[in-house]
Ligand binder design. Structure first.
Ligand code: ATP
Length: 135
């Protein structure tokens, strides 16, 4: 089976690197499946999971907080605001962030930034789902 090199990079440094058989990611336009030899492209990503299939066994899952995916003939690069592999996710922190965001969204105060709270909620739910392998 052919493979393609995948790097996931954040402002804090590299978050993931591997040779994989397939990359699945949630683009703004919908779910993308990238196989080795895919035509070059750039796509903006949603808050979501990146699934990395390495043949036999469970795929690797990485939680991504938005960013860009760039495909070149021999390499897929994901530039993300934040990225965590499932095993590095602090699920208690994500659950607290989820509760905080839900509380803000339920407040009827004028000074609540709803868009910001909605994005925080999406990041938290994404981390919890990736941690639990529910993607
Ligand atoms: P919080 O409110 O808990 O900080 P957040 O969604 O606002 O969550 P981000 O701004 O997306 O956090 O991320 C800040 C940094 O913390 C990034 O490096 C990110 O990878 C890391 N991070 C955030 N939440 C978690 C988590 N639950 N487990 C592991 N790392 C996390």
């Amino acid at each position: 089976m052919k493979t393609v090199k995948v790097s996931i990079v954040t402002p804090d440094g590299p978050a993931y690197e591997s040779e994989v058989e397939m990359v699945s990611a949630k683009a703004q336009s919908g779910e993308l499946g990238i196989l080795p030899g895919h035509i070059p492209m750039v796509a903006p990503l949603q808050i979501g999971a990146v699934r990395l299939n390495k043949g036999a066994g469970k795929p690797d899952l990485v939680a991504i907080s938005g960013g860009f995916l760039e495909v070149r003939p021999d390499q897929v690069t994901i530039l993300a605001q934040a990225a965590e592999q499932a095993e590095n996710i602090d699920v208690a922190r994500a659950k607290e962030a989820k509760m905080r965001a839900e509380r803000r969204l339920s407040e009827k105060k004028e000074n609540v930034d709803f868009k910001r709270a909605e994005l925080a909620l999406k990041r938290a739910i994404n981390r919890i789902e990736v941690y639990e392998g529910r993607m």
